[in-house]
Ligand binder design. Structure first.
Ligand code: GRF
Length: 191
């Protein structure tokens, strides 16, 4: 399964995919990492692993770039990618684009809910639980069909940093599971 990963930041979810592939826990290959930002540390992670990577600031140029790759792409993974995808890209790769979000969607999701803002809102709302969600990407922010979700208890003593770490630990695990699930679904549909 050939994957393209889209990032905008640190890339710990990208690193989780790289590590799973390297440990033979995920039968996939990352054909390309695309970042919306030049300073994303995820680009360094890709370079360190010998993975082709590029900064494409204009999201309207992503589809052509992917379609001109040598290999056919089976799955696009948004791993901390902060821009909204153009409709032509979503339509061309319908049910083949997934996103990891650091909350129990539909709670704390949608435009403006990303990164530490999510964990801050969860703590300020005295939520008993938080967690992470992997979902299919559709034309809106965080509204596509949910693939996998896992929750974690929010302790009264949790800071937003501590909660972010607990949720990231879940993200790094369920993202790999989601890729396997979607990879299996696509395999069945192509047989
Ligand atoms: C993660 O919390 C992810 O859920 C959200 O952005 C963050 C990306 O973190 N979409 P990283 O760049 O993978 O470390």
């Amino acid at each position: 399964m050939n994957i393209v990963v889209l990032i905008s930041g640190g890339g710990t979810n990208l690193q989780a995919i790289i590590d799973s592939i390297n440990k033979n826990k995920l039968d996939a290959s990352i054909s390309l990492v695309i970042s919306s930002r030049e300073d994303a540390y995820g680009l360094v992670r890709a370079n360190n692993s010998g993975i082709k990577n590029i900064c494409i600031k204009d999201e309207n140029k992503i589809l052509d770039y992917i379609l001109n790759l040598e290999e056919d792409i089976d799955l696009i993974v948004l791993a901390g990618y902060l821009k909204k995808l153009p409709e032509d890209l979503v339509n061309r790769f319908e049910n083949k684009i997934i996103n990891i979000h650091p909350s129990l969607i539909p709670k704390y999701s949608g435009k403006g809910f990303y990164g530490m803002r999510v964990h801050e809102a969860v703590i300020n709302s005295n939520e008993e639980y938080s967690g992470a969600t992997v979902h299919f990407v559709d034309k809106n922010y965080d509204t596509g069909k949910i693939i996998i979700q896992e929750k974690v208890e929010v302790l009264k003593t949790d800071t937003k940093e501590r909660l972010q770490k607990k949720v990231l630990d879940i993200e790094h695990r369920i993202l790999i599971e989601a890729i396997k699930i979607v990879g299996g679904l696509n395999e069945k549909s192509s047989n």
